[in-house]
Design a protein around this ligand. Structure first.
Ligand SMILES: C[S@@+](CC[C@H](N)C(=O)[O-])C[C@H]1O[C@@H](n2cnc3c(N)ncnc32)[C@H](O)[C@@H]1O
Length: 293
């Protein structure tokens, strides 16, 4: 059965966030942006070095007013996570050779800009997100409305009739950062099946990503949120089981490589404190690569 979502109930999808304002996060761009983020804004977006902090802070403020994701409060949208993976050189090579990559839940499209900055053809890259306004804000952050040839698709991953249909069977790699962890287990199964529809039906297609995990897999209430919303957090075994299940149900086979790592590689002091608290409850970051056999 299709799980249909509309823009009107977007907040219900994401859960109720606590009534925090930006000051809760008590961080600024100067303390928080790392060298890679700063380099991207200077070299790719063409912002003068002394203007970077002000530029990034203005976009963060606008985005937080649209939806107050903790990761926006904490500048995580410039934590270039694909760049930090071991498979980044493989991803660059494959896109240069003509394979297509989709960033699912791309937010501002920062991973896409990093790839373009590293020379890959932007027309081989796609971004999809529920929120068109976040993707539009990416053009403001990176000042590339006129040059970027990447197609951004506003779509709810659960909607069977969304514009994601255009990509079915076309994509070789899907990157998905901080995305699966937004959902219940059954919803994660539905997301995985959607990704399988989007990928080319062939050996070697690849899913890369990272998300909050836990040493003990199960349902957890998301930090920064209140209310009923529970999200499923994986360890390497439960992540493999999920892909075995969707494989059985779709007649496909998947090999997962997943590791739990310290979640402390965050941005900002507040996150460090939150992280210490979460770690006591077994929270870790799950990094993964899933390949079709
Ligand atoms: C926590 S952010 C992660 C953004 C980015 N991938 C990163 O790693 O920083 C989750 C993103 O998923 C998008 N999203 C949430 N629910 C969605 C849905 N049902 N379909 C498509 N995108 C969704 C949000 O709008 C948001 O941009």
């Amino acid at each position: 059965m299709a799980i249909t979502r509309t823009e009107e109930n977007v907040s219900a999808i994401e859960g109720n966030v606590t009534g925090r304002d930006l000051s809760f996060y008590n961080v600024n761009a100067r303390q928080t942006l790392d060298d890679a983020a700063r380099k991207l804004i200077i070299n790719y977006a063409g912002v003068a070095p002394e203007k970077v902090d002000e530029h990034v802070e203005a976009v963060r403020e606008k985005a937080f007013a649209i939806f107050p994701y903790p990761c926006i409060g904490m500048f995580r949208f410039l934590d270039l996570s694909l760049l930090q993976t071991e498979v980044y050189p493989e991803v660059v090579r494959r896109v240069e050779e003509g394979e297509k990559l989709l960033d699912l839940g791309c937010c501002f499209g920062q991973e896409i800009r990093q790839l373009v900055s590293d020379g890959v053809p932007s027309e081989n890259l796609y971004g999809a997100d529920l929120r068109e306004d976040f993707m539009a804000m990416g053009y403001d952050l990176f000042d590339d409305r006129k040059t970027l040839r990447t197609k951004f698709i506003a779509a709810d991953v659960f909607d069977d009739n969304s514009d994601l249909n255009q990509l079915y069977g076309e994509i070789s790699m899907v990157y998905t950062g901080s995305f699966f962890h937004l959902f219940h287990y059954d919803e994660q199964v539905a997301v995985a099946k959607r990704i399988i529809q989007i990928l080319k039906p062939e050996t070697g297609v690849t899913i890369i990503g990272r998300q909050m995990g836990n040493e003990k897999s199960g349902d957890y209430e998301a930090a920064g949120y209140v209310g009923e919303k529970q999200r499923f957090r994986h360890n390497a075994d439960s992540w493999e089981e999920l892909w075995n299940k969707v494989g059985d149900e779709t007649g496909t086979k998947w090999k997962t490589e997943a590791v739990l790592e310290d979640p402390g590689v965050g941005m900002g002091e507040v996150e460090k404190k939150l992280t210490e608290r979460r770690k006591e409850g077994g929270a870790r970051r799950l990094k993964f690569v899933v390949r079709r056999l």
